[in-house]
Design a protein around this ligand. Structure first.
Ligand code: DC
Length: 225
């Protein structure tokens, strides 16, 4: 039997990764795996235990990541996310949890736990996997690596629209500041920073409809299969 198909979609927040990865997974008939949701789940669990930012006790968070039962449950809109049996899908999208997710993701022991789980999920049934380090660390051997990005102003507007749609609107300036902070942190941490190397196909979604982005990725994957 051939190895399951893994498509890596990496890139900064607001680049359109989630929408593109979800649609692509449906077209390719493989699971959609939102790895950012797993870091968000650990961030939420840390916040619920009263851990403050910046994180001082990395070992406490590593222990949370080792013991938390994080499940990604497919549904029509992507993944529902359960933490120890509780549905946290909405809660983890709050801006505060974005900052927690980014902070916990810089802890190497947290990454080790989550990367191992992501590799297990991918080996089982393949998938379109969305994140920051899928093509560099989680599945470096996949030939299908896409780096999705967009102009920072456009990314901030998308994030702001998303937050409004979820009922937690934020001023555009605040969204942009937090996004830039997260871009800096995710791109500069020592362990598996977001990195664009020559093995990725770079796709800039600025001014392009989602449909066109998905069609381009699908075409490239099918041509290469
Ligand atoms: O994609 P997202 O915004 O839901 O991700 C939340 C945070 O999790 C992001 O700021 C960085 C981290 N993350 C990561 O370090 N590695 C991944 N593969 C996915 C997300």
């Amino acid at each position: 039997m051939s190895a399951p198909l893994i498509v890596a979609i990496d890139g900064p927040s607001g680049a359109g990764k989630s929408s593109a990865a979800r649609a692509l997974a449906v077209r390719l008939g493989v699971p959609y795996i939102d790895t950012g949701a797993m870091y968000r789940a650990v961030g939420l669990a840390a916040r619920d235990r009263g851990i403050l930012l910046p994180i001082e006790d990395a070992e406490a968070v590593a222990s949370i990541a080792r013991h938390a039962r994080i499940e990604l449950i497919p549904d029509a809109a992507g993944n529902r996310v359960h933490l120890d049996g509780r549905d946290i899908s909405e809660e983890i999208r709050r801006p505060e949890i974005s900052l927690y997710a980014s902070a916990v993701s810089a802890i190497p022991a947290v990454r080790r736990s989550l990367v191992a789980e992501q590799q297990r999920l991918g080996r089982e049934r393949g998938g379109v996997m969305e994140g920051r380090d899928i093509g560099t660390r989680v599945f470096p051997e996949t030939p299908f690596k896409f780096f999705l990005t967009a102009d920072p102003g456009v990314r901030a507007e998308r994030r702001a629209a998303e937050l409004s749609a979820r009922g937690t609107p934020q001023p555009l300036e605040t969204v942009r500041r937090e996004m830039e902070q997260r871009d800096r942190d995710d791109g500069s941490r020592a362990d598996s920073p977001l990195t664009l190397d020559g093995r990725y196909v770079l796709i800039d979604s600025t001014g392009r409809p989602l449909e066109a982005v998905v069609a381009e990725i699908e075409r490239r994957v099918r041509e290469a299969i």
